[in-house]
Design a protein around this ligand. Structure first.
Ligand code: URP
Ligand code: ZN
Ligand code: ZN
Length: 454
């Protein structure tokens, strides 16, 4: 299939310019002025931005928590992703205790079959030992070059020694480990205090894990990574204090990768007083407006590397499994469809970010850091034809009723946004045309290379 995207503003490699793009059989063949090739599909991108397909660095599709399974699987999650302009998700394959990483990887390949966007896997590790370490080379051989460890959650928690030795083993192979940074013991003690006081409603979720719970975890990770002499990657950064700890480590000369998510610059903890506030129960929790501002400023300064969604959706019926106790509510929210429009509205429209920064935060930086560049995350001759044509002129109100995710709630319900993915080219096929999904199931596995970008 051949596609010609005409008259748009191409945003790639930190610059913008007016040009046409011509793709052939999945690859970009030509970028230039007034390309005259005939094509199966011609897209008029006048007044629109033509960007490298967006990469979501953080999704949990078809994740089994034991008590329940996420509302979105790869079928529904990937459709929501691609209609929002995301051409690749990096989903967390999860090695549960008693399972090998290889088994988890095979299971995730099965789950992802028929995906409507491209997908790669980070491997979330629930137990670190010699056996897991021995599997790292096998993961790299199969294109999985990034991992996640958790300081919290009873079924996933790793101790500091395990994180230290895993960081060393991963870095030796050019792999990154993202860490969910929160202080488990303090958080358990605070939950026990709140429980004893009868404070069980959703607002106390945020009270149980205040900013210092995250900042302490980040400070600790920074010191562990320094001792291990490895890079560090903080997933879903949410606080000003956590940011300060990471910046302090960078000032010492450490290589630190920072990810944040729209919920940490769009929403704040006043949401916990709303109706159905269980839909905002996620970890880390929503923060104060001052934290949202700090995260936006950090993006503007280039201190944050990429924006993922941490899409981990549960219906209100699933959220009700908490039976009124905040610590029992399944953690997570839906967001995979809304990342670009939220970043555009809260970042670019407000003048905090340039359109080039938006492109870097949504695609280019992730492609570089996670071993997909320059095939993806870039628009140039010879790159993969994953292209998002972003229309800055549309306006809408986010609602779970119009989102494609399989969930009866959204943390962004009622939020008004500017901009939308008007057309999406995935592996050289026009899969979203004028805002509608016209071809499903075209996603491919993205095999990623190791190698730590300096
Ligand atoms: O609440 C969240 N974020 N759930 C998903 C798991 C995680 O910690 O990323
Ligand atoms: Zn996490
Ligand atoms: Zn997550």
């Amino acid at each position: 299939m051949n596609i010609l995207v005409r008259n748009g503003t191409i945003v790639s490699d930190g610059r913008s310019f007016g040009a046409d793009i011509y793709t052939e059989n999945g690859w970009i063949k030509e970028i230039g002025q007034k390309i005259s090739q005939s094509a199966d599909e011609v897209i008029d991108a006048t007044g629109m931005y033509v960007m490298p397909g967006f990469i979501d660095t953080h999704t949990h599709f078809d994740l089994d928590l034991g008590v329940t399974i996420t509302a979105d699987n790869f079928d529904t999650g990937s459709k929501a992703a691609v209609i929002g302009g995301t051409t690749t998700v990096l989903d967390f394959a999860t090695q549960d205790r008693g399972m090998t990483m290889q088994q988890a990887l095979e299971l995730w390949h099965k789950k992802a079959r028929g995906s409507s966007c491209n997908y790669g896997f980070h491997m979330a590790v629930s137990e670190w030992n010699a056996e897991r370490e021995a599997e790292l080379d096998l993961m790299v051989e199969q294109g999985v070059t990034s991992f996640k460890m958790y300081m919290v959650y009873d079924s996933m928690k790793a101790d500091d020694g395990q994180i230290y030795s895993a960081l060393q083993a991963a870095a030796k192979r050019g792999c990154l480990i993202g860490v969910h940074c929160e202080n488990y013991e303090v958080l358990q003690a605070r939950i026990a205090e709140l429980k004893a006081e009868g404070k069980t409603s959703p607002e106390y979720h945020a009270v149980s894990r205040p900013n210092d719970v995250e900042a302490e975890g980040i400070a600790r990770l920074m010191r562990i990574a320094r001792l291990a002499k490895t890079p560090a990657w903080v997933v879903h950064l949410s606080t000003r204090e956590g940011l300060e700890e990471a910046l302090r480590a960078r000032a010492r000369g450490q290589l630190v990768r920072l990810e944040t998510c729209p919920q940490y610059f769009v929403l704040d903890d006043s949401a916990y007083l709303q109706k159905d506030a269980e839909r905002f129960i996620m970890s880390p929790p929503l923060r104060k407006r001052a934290d949202c501002d700090a995260i936006l400023c950090a993006m503007a300064k280039g201190d944050i590397d990429f924006v993922g969604t941490d899409h981990c959706s549960f219906t209100m019926e699933q959220k009700a499994l908490g039976q009124g106790d905040f610590w029992k509510v399944p953690n997570g929210g839906a967001g995979v469809q809304n990342r670009a429009e939220l970043l555009y509205t809260y970042g670019v429209k407000t003048g905090m970010l340039t359109i080039e920064q938006m492109s870097s935060l949504l695609s280019e930086n992730a492609a570089k850091i996670f071993g997909m560049y320059p095939e993806r995350g870039r628009l140039a001759t010879g790159c993969r034809a994953d292209i998002t044509v972003f229309d800055p002129n549309c306006k809408r109100e986010i609602s779970c009723k119009t989102n494609l995710h399989n969930c009866d709630n959204s943390p962004y319900e009622g939020v008004e946004v500017d901009g939308c993915a008007r057309h999406v080219v995935l592996n050289g096929r026009l899969v979203v045309k004028n805002g509608a999904l016209v071809e499903a199931g075209q996603g491919e596995f993205v095999f990623r290379k190791p190698g730590l970008e300096g």
